[in-house]
Design a binder for this molecule. Structure first.
Ligand code: PLP
Length: 523
């Protein structure tokens, strides 16, 4: 019996609301119109006097019509953007099982470190003598990254994983050209299971992509690589652990094949979070690997940025590392910014990289220590295997019930004849308050569902997630399709035509009245 003091906590009658509300808000879940729909061109949030004695030097380039942008008062603007932000699902609001993306908790300690004025308020053009502490932080983080990977050099400036891929492949290209083999080695081997950024990077650098088939066990086999190896091959781009959540066990032999054939080994290190403290990529024969600080070292992913993708390089590629890099002269630290007269491949970004991300990553590394980093990897792998073991009786595993690394891959064999697809299942998860797992990637399995719980989740949180998926899975297997058809039912917008949104995006807002006029004119 609850002892309710004050207002009653149980409603008088528990009828579920079936009416549309006047405002179209649902309780405190607000309906949010576009800025163009709520703003007016004759309203502005600023109150500044017209400048006096102002002579424009634009001549006839000056716009003489109104710009036509909608204006809002400051509180209206605030509310619009805060409400939009509240529609975001985030790792701070719940479990975010998006495979390959490593949506792990970003510790608040990192945030307070990044806001220290000596890190947060500096400018990239400040004299170097005034930012020695910041340079020391970058140097210390670089040291950790080289130690954890056993590599010779690290380029700190790339600003995302894909940008890191570009940096590493550009270093490989520079090394090949330095050997006079630029015209010969034009091909990059990329496994079928690779993340789309890998072939895109190779192509952007001017290489031709040759696809390596995956074995029936989800791994890349040395024989498949050997069959494609030749004097025209510049490099392989291999992900380890791979995008099926499996460790590439024959990676050392694959590295040997590349090296014996005069090629280089690029490793996509986006999944480094599964092996930090357990395996050093440098010991596996890797020549270049990017590290997504926003995946492995808990810096926020942001809304597509800012990330950071430092690239570790072997001794074979170290001379080609881009500028800037830090040079120590006694107690003095200096940024080397000039590539002339060196083999450095040039510059990848305007300044020195994502300072805020460097601070957060180092904060994470130092607060965990080497033993803690190793445990984080082990816990990430344990959590993924727990999910696998608890769902394997209902959902199908494409490569048999063998242990996975930090993420577990299911396919849609188990949904056959249920009338429910991977997409339906993922949309029904939204109704249950979960961001869906990664769907239909990797492409090597049919109807892929790639789940990465990360080490952030407690046993209780994992249990609730697992019970939710079991409940959904049993509904699907019992043929209760109503829960799936048309899901999500409780999201602000129902099921969207994602294909059409991608193929025929509407990128310009057109005022409704002219649309109607145009339609009438067409009739
Ligand atoms: C995330 C990811 C990338 C790309 O990293 P970004 O930081 O998003 O550019 C590349 N490869 C794999 C396997 C990934 O998971």
């Amino acid at each position: 019996m609850l002892n309710n003091q004050g207002r009653p906590t149980t409603p008088k009658d528990s009828a579920v609301a079936s009416h549309e509300t006047f405002t179209r808000n649902r309780g405190l879940q607000m309906e949010e119109a576009l800025l163009f729909e709520i703003g007016r061109t004759d309203v502005t949030g600023v109150d500044l006097d017209e400048p006096t004695a102002f002579v424009s030097r634009l001549g006839d380039l000056a716009r003489d019509e109104e710009i036509g942008l909608p204006g809002l008062s400051e509180p209206e603007t605030m509310r619009h953007f805060v409400r939009l932000s509240q529609k975001n699902y985030a790792i701070d609001s719940g479990l975010y099982p998006l495979g390959s993306c490593t949506m792990k908790h970003n510790p608040r300690l990192n945030e307070s470190m990044a806001r220290l004025p000596g890190f947060g308020d500096i400018h990239p053009l400040q004299p170097q003598s005034t930012v020695q502490g910041a340079l020391a932080l970058i140097e210390e983080l670089a040291g950790w990254l080289m130690t954890l990977t056993n590599m010779d050099a690290v380029a700190m400036s790339p600003k995302a994983g894909a940008h890191g891929e570009y940096c590493g492949m550009a270093a490989i290209k520079a090394a090949i050209e330095a050997k006079g083999e630029g015209a010969l080695r034009k091909v990059v081997l990329v496994p079928e299971s690779a993340h789309g950024t890998n072939p895109a990077t190779a192509a952007a650098i001017g290489f031709e992509v040759r696809s390596v088939p995956a074995g029936a066990d989800g791994n890349v086999h040395p024989d498949a690589v050997r069959a494609l190896m030749g004097p025209d091959v510049a490099a392989i781009m291999l992900t380890n652990p791979n995008t099926c959540g499996l460790f590439e066990r024959q990676i050392v032999e694959i590295a040997q094949i590349l090296h014996e054939g005069g090629g280089y080994f690029y490793c996509d290190g986006a999944n480094f979070n599964a092996i930090v403290g357990k395996v050093r990529p440098g010991d596996l024969g890797i020549d270049a690997m990017h590290i997504n600080l926003h995946k492995t070292f808990s810096t926020p992913h942001g809304g597509g940025g800012p990330g950071a993708g430092p690239v570790v390089l072997s001794s074979r590629l170290a001379p080609f590392a881009p500028v800037p890099f830090i040079k120590r002269d006694g107690d003095e630290l200096a940024l080397v910014e000039d590539a002339h007269g060196t083999q450095a491949l040039g510059r990848l970004t305007a300044f020195h990289g994502q300072m805020g991300m460097f601070v957060r990553a180092l904060s994470y590394i130092l607060s965990h220590g080497s033993d803690g980093l190793k445990q984080a990897s082990e816990d990430a792998v344990l959590n993924a295997n727990y999910v696998r073991a608890r769902l394997a009786d209902l959902m199908s595993l494409p490569f048999g019930n063998r242990p996975c690394m930090h993420e577990v891959l299911f396919d849609d064999t188990w949904l056959k004849d249920t009338g429910v697809t991977t997409l339906d299942f993922a949309k029904a998860m939204i109704d249950e308050g979960y961001h869906p797992m990664t769907m239909y990637f990797p492409l090597v399995v049919h109807g892929a569902m790639l789940i990465e719980p990360t080490e952030s989740e407690s046993l209780a949180s994992l249990e609730l997630f697992i019970m939710t998926l079991r409940d959904l899975a049993m509904s699907a297997l019992r043929g209760e399709t109503t829960r799936f058809e048309g899901a999500p039912f409780y999201a602000p917008r129902r099921r969207l035509d994602e294909t059409r949104a991608a193929r025929a995006p509407v990128l310009r807002w057109i005022p409704p009245q002219p649309i109607m006029d145009a339609q009438q004119a067409a009739e």
